[in-house]
Ligand binder design. Structure first.
Ligand code: NAG
Ligand code: NAG
Ligand code: NAG
Ligand code: NAG
Ligand code: NAG
Ligand code: NAG
Length: 892
């Protein structure tokens, strides 16, 4: 949230913000014919019809408004019906009573875009968001309200919370964004995972929870409210599940539908850690199981994770990227094969929707020790548009939950073979439209790196990132030295150790603490004689501290409430002890966040002196909030010239705590842009005044990644990890809308003595795509007699097709491999098998070269029959055209 200050505000002035005026003029709904949303035990009932819904989590401030339309469109194309987001109180009300609904915080614009794409919107107002977001979404000023205790039966807190929640609801009403106004909003959430912490507050916890529920429904939003992870939610609020798997979840009343508010399709990462990922086959399995066992709404947390721009990342020490291994990657590009596999899953679930909504509950059939089917059939007394089709409708899910072995089961007289840990979806109870792990030999275990399994339509995509260094980056840098310690008039002196956030109000990550101690000759000789060093001991510290003695860095420590023992070298006479306390994202999870604080706790002392320890806890300390460069806004494109920048020629020895500045031209084309900071140490960066985020080049441990990740068996965040031994985050997203064609200003604040000369810029796009699709070899579908349902089912019946697609702005430039027959191997290792149609390459080339995407039918009709009585497949490897030459756009 504080990122909002990066543009035009000094550290000591309130934000200049637009105070939004609400016009209570209800205009006719623009996006939908007004409709009501209710629910029963089976599902949300939207405009009178039960619906099975796929929801895509996208947090609007983690992208730019310019990215929103594409993200929403790609979610829709991927099969989403609903977009879900939290709201971010500290972004919307950075100063009490001064609201911000502009730019990345323009939630109204976001909601309208969702509506204009014909999608529904689910807003989790919170206001506690967690979300790996700074302070869990709470504004920092909230903790300064006298007598406040967060998230409990506390009058000051409830007053502030109600005011904010009402503000959001009223804003949405005023913009006609609720379903009954013809808007997209169908569902709201109050609080967030409160059940996890409720007991910490004793009896007051339950009182608060009930108050929050009542307050929310009293706001007149007119759509259902949920509380996630709240098993004691009142009757009129739907309690929902957040987890890796929610098929076993049941709401606390038979009148409520089974809703999965957070399907963790990936996980977040910390500085210096490995990157978690979750195999597509396992996510698909979890979702199929959820709908199999009566689920009705599933929300991806996250469908698009995006970026923690500025200082919005949560803590402790979470990275700037919030990629989350989501189906849309941090840059908004399709992550394949995940995106495609889940799209196919959604399509299969949609084929089942008529039967799923028609049945109040499934018929359960045990098929084996770890195999089971759930069958949904229409009966005559159900709600929904498909009522007239009555018993003609049937959909089934067959699961093999065995973690090791595939299984062959008999279901309605047919045999089905299921890979381990997989679900087959049969929209007509006869034919498999989809298997979560994909049937047959190609199914398997995902290999980290360039090997990948075939899933979905067997479309395998490899994303190869192109990276080019811009020449301009290694020339003409300017620099500006940041003073160590006290630098300006706003410094003050106080007895004792003040709590970090009490002093900074989170207007900066940095807080300087300076004190002076006298060391006698006796101490010096005592240390020399005994060959020992004195130490500075800090009882408890978070997130990062640098300890300087007499202007020299003695050491630095990263941690969360850990003890620090730092040996130091002191001289006879006065010694300056300078501590720099740094926050790296405020705590975002847990009870009592307002008491959590930052910086130091307990005592600070100098140990090992002859006369005993020196207690620094009671010393006089001089405080300075932030950096001079932050105060002077040297990152602002317009205020940089006067700040005292000097040339920084190549080969100059860098000094610690320096600002650097250069200009660069945008890479050509439209591909997403990233800066590579892997040559740097720790700091922050701005492009054209926009705060890119914190960077830190901590390296992940070299172990714990594993060559492969077996999708089988229960997932947890440590199960599948990548990036061992690598810098956790090397690349930083620079949204295209922040860039001009020429002369973009990059400003960096660097804490260590790393030089900026090796920073490079790159664009991201898919280079190589592979796919393998088999010809059809299942029996023809049984023909039902009804129309719409039939038409949908008949899609299953058509000739399989291979779809190849390059990123927007790229075309398929060459076909590196094509074989219709019995090709062997996998992406980048395909080879011709015994059976091969000689025209494979020419057919595929003709259909695809020069196009962004193409489709090829997989049948003898297209290629001729190279070998009879063999089930054939088509394997293709293609290259996408490269991005425009970066070097042509480099400035001279
Ligand atoms: C799979 O095939 C279907 C129709 O044949 C198509 O609509 C869908 O986009 C394909 N999925 C992927 C990931 O290409
Ligand atoms: C610290 O603040 C005092 C009083 O505000 C001021 O006189 C002094 O110059 C400041 N120190 C520095 C190094 O700017
Ligand atoms: C922070 O400041 C408040 C109000 O001035 C005070 O009550 C509280 O004790 C302080 N917190 C710490 C940890 O010093
Ligand atoms: C240091 O001073 C603080 C504050 O007066 C006191 O609570 C603490 O016990 C002292 N520590 C030592 C080691 O004397
Ligand atoms: C910088 O100055 C120019 C020219 O005065 C102005 O057009 C632009 O809006 C300013 N930019 C910012 C970020 O204040
Ligand atoms: C596929 O290729 C591998 C390695 O080249 C070979 O060992 C195997 O026999 C081949 N399989 C077929 C069916 O051609």
């Amino acid at each position: 949230m504080v990122e909002a200050m990066s543009r035009r505000k000094t550290l000591n002035f309130p934000l200049i913000l637009t105070v939004l005026t609400i016009h209570f003029v209800i205009v006719a709904g623009e996006y939908f014919k007004p409709f009501n949303v209710t629910y029963d035990n089976r599902a949300l009932i939207i405009g009178g019809k039960r619906r099975m819904l796929i929801s895509a989590g996208i947090h609007y401030p983690r992208a730019t408004p310019e990215m929103w339309p594409t993200l929403i469109a790609r979610s829709k194309e991927g099969g989403a019906d609903v977009i879900e987001t939290y709201t971010f109180w500290n972004g919307h009300e950075p100063t009490r009573g001064q609201y911000n609904f502009e730019g990345r915080y323009d939630i109204v614009k976001f909601a309208k875009l969702v509506g204009s794409h014909g999608l529904f919107l689910f807003i989790r107002i919170g206001p506690y968001a967690c979300a790996e977001w700074n302070f869990g979404g709470f504004p920092i000023w909230l903790r300064d309200i006298p007598g406040i205790e967060f998230r409990t039966d506390n009058a000051p807190f409830k007053e502030e919370m109600e005011r904010y929640v009402k503000k959001i609801v009223d804003l949405m009403i005023s913009e006609s964004l609720f379903s009954w106004q013809g808007g997209p909003i169908i569902l709201l959430q109050i609080e967030n995972e409160y059940g996890n912490v409720e007991s910490s507050f004793g009896p007051k916890g339950k009182l608060y929870m009930k108050w929050a529920a009542e307050m929310a429904v009293g706001l007149g939003a007119g759509v259902p409210w949920v509380m996630c992870r709240q098993t004691d939610a009142p009757e009129y609020i739907i309690d929902t599940c957040n987890a890796y798997y929610c098929d076993g979840f049941t709401p606390n009343s038979e009148k409520k539908p089974k809703i999965w508010t957070e399907n963790w399709n990936g996980w977040f990462a910390d500085w210096g850690e490995r990157l978690p990922y979750r195999p597509s086959e396992d996510i698909a399995f979890a979702i199929a199981r959820f709908f199999q066992r009566g689920g009705s709404l599933q929300n991806y947390y996250m469908y698009f994770g995006g970026t923690n721009f500025g200082r919005t990342a949560g803590g402790p020490t979470q990275i700037t990227s919030y990629d989350y291994d989501a189906p849309l990657d941090e840059y908004g590009l399709l992550r394949q094969p995940k995106w495609g596999h889940l799209k196919d899953l959604h399509a299969a679930i949609k084929l089942c929707e008529p039967a799923l909504v028609a049945a109040d509950s499934p018929q359960y059939i045990k098929l084996g020790p770890k195999q089971e089917a759930h069958v949904y059939r229409g009966t005559s007394n159900n709600i929904g548009q498909y009522m007239s089709l009555n018993e003609g409708i049937c959909a089934a899910f067959i699961a093999n939950i065995d973690e090791h072995e595939s299984a062959t089961v008999k279901f309605y007289g047919q045999e089905f073979t299921l890979p381990p840990w997989s679900v087959s979806i049969l929209p007509d109870c006869r034919n498999t439209a989809f298997n979560t792990a994909k049937v047959g030999a190609q199914t398997s275990i995902k290999t980290v790196g360039s090997d990948s399994v075939s899933v979905g339509n067997n479309s395998l995509f490899l994303q190869v990132i192109t990276k080019s260094k811009l020449e301009s980056f290694s020339q003409s840098w300017m620099t500006l030295k940041e003073p160590l310690g006290v630098w300006g008039d706003k410094n003050f002196t106080s007895k004792g150790i003040l709590e970090h956030l009490n002093v900074t109000k989170d207007q900066s990550d940095y807080l300087w603490y300076l004190t002076r101690i006298y060391i006698s000759d006796d101490d010096i000789s005592f240390w020399e004689e005994n060959d020992v060093s004195p130490t500075i001991d800090i009882d408890s510290m978070r997130d990062f501290v640098r300890i300087f003695v007499n202007g020299q860095l003695a050491g630095s420590v990263k941690g969360k409430w850990i003890k620090v023992v730092q040996p130091v070298k002191l001289v006879q006479g006065y010694n300056d002890i300078l501590l720099l306390s740094e926050t790296v994202g405020l705590q975002n999870y847990g009870a009592f966040l307002e008491k959590d604080g930052a910086g130091f706790k307990g005592q600070i002392k100098l140990t090992g002196c002859k006369s005993g320890d020196i207690n620094l806890t009671t010393s006089l300390w001089t405080y300075q909030v932030g950096l001079r460069g932050e105060f002077l806004e040297v990152y602002d494109v317009n205020s940089t010239e006067s700040a005292g920048w000097t040339e920084f020629p190549t080969g100059t020895t860098p000094s610690v705590f320096s600002w650097y500045k250069t200009k660069f031209d945008a890479p050509g084309g439209t591909d997403p842009v990233a800066l590579d900071f892997s040559s740097m140490g720790k700091g922050q960066a701005w492009v054209n005044g926009h705060h890119v985020g914190r960077y830190w080049t901590l390296v992940a441990p070299n172990n714990g990644c594993g060559r492969t990740c077996d999708y089988r068996g229960a997932y947890h965040s440590d199960k599948c990890r990548t990036n061992c031994g690598e810098i956790t985050q090397a690349w930083y997203h620079i949204p295209r809308s922040w860039l001009k064609t020429l002369n973009n200003v990059l400003v960096i604040f660097e804490e260590t003595d790393k030089t900026p000369f090796d920073i490079s810029i790159s664009t991201r796009s898919t280079e190589t795509i592979c796919a393998q699709v088999s010809e059809k070899h299942y029996p023809p579908l049984h023909k039902w007699s009804h129309s719409e349902f039939d038409r949908k089912l008949s899609l299953m019946d058509k000739t399989p097709e291979m779809h190849l697609q390059c990123d927007e702005g790229h075309t398929i430039s060459s076909i590196e491999f094509a074989s219709y027959g019995s090709p062997n191997g996998s992406c980048q290792k395909f080879s011709q098998g015994k059976c091969h149609a000689a025209n494979s390459l020419s057919v595929v080339s003709q259909a695809c070269i020069g196009r962004t995407s193409c489709s090829i039918g997989i049948s003898n009709g297209v290629f001729g029959d190279p070998c009879r009585h063999v089930v054939k497949s088509l394997a293709v490897q293609a290259k996408c055209s490269p991005p425009p030459d970066l070097s042509t756009s480099a400035s001279s």
